[in-house]
Design a protein. Structure first.
Length: 229
């Protein structure tokens, strides 16, 4: 199959192409340049594979949570391409894609993204025997000091939330911390990996049904709140 994946929910802008058994990807840490970079990255991957957009079977996208503008952009790009090509969309959790940045090992994985405004986006996973993920709880947005985690003996933490709130998050763990990687971001190659499974399971949707997931409605502090911050 041929599947193009986009991930723009954080500071990292990435695009990946599944072409048969091969996965090729481009990624750049480029805050505020996602709109400039995403489509040229996609065109470069298609050219490298020697196929056109009409050869694609589906478009996958990291549907959030993450930065509001980045999530909106990624979903809009996926919808636009899917409508133009009459192809389905496979929305994938950006937190699940982030969790695949953790090594394939037994510890529980806390995927945690700095949500700004003193909060984090978080969800917990384990690798399954087939190389996928099993969710241990629900995605949520909360204060890091209020984060409730499932019981696990060993933990790996991935994501920018660790860079910002390491001391607080360490205190929330229900077991030993094995590794922590605060410099990791959701990547399109992992969106693609999860999307292939979803597509083959019949869980692709129409472009109109591919919706962003923000987890919260409040996108900015009021002036009064900024003054108190």
């Amino acid at each position: 199959m041929n599947l193009l994946a986009l991930e723009t929910s954080t500071e990292a802008c990435s695009v990946a192409l599944v072409h048969g058994e091969e996965v090729i990807a481009r990624s750049e840490l480029a805050p505020r340049r996602h709109a400039e970079l995403a489509l040229p990255m996609a065109d470069a991957l298609l050219a490298e594979a020697g196929i056109g957009r009409h050869a694609l079977d589906a478009i996958a996208v990291g549907r959030g949570p993450g930065a509001f503008t980045g999530v909106r952009l990624g979903v809009a790009l996926a919808q636009g391409m899917a409508l133009a090509l009459d192809r389905p969309v496979v929305p994938v959790s950006s937190l699940a894609a982030l969790a695949l940045e953790a090594p394939e090992d037994e510890p529980a994985i806390l995927a945690v993204i700095d949500a700004r405004m003193g909060e984090v986006y978080a969800a917990c996973y384990r690798h399954d025997a087939a190389g996928g993920l099993v969710a241990l709880d629900e995605e949520r947005v909360c204060l890091p000091q209020a984060l409730e985690l499932p019981e696990a003996d060993r933990w790996i933490i991935v994501g920018s939330g660790w860079s910002t709130y390491a001391d607080v998050l360490r205190g929330r763990l229900t077991g030993a911390l094995v590794q922590a990687h605060g410099e990791r971001y959701p990547q399109a190659r992992h969106v693609a990996e999860l999307a292939v499974r979803e597509f083959r399971a019949g869980r692709a949707v129409s472009a109109e049904q591919a919706l962003p997931v923000y987890l919260r409605d409040k996108v900015a502090l009021t002036l009064a709140e900024q003054g108190r911050a």
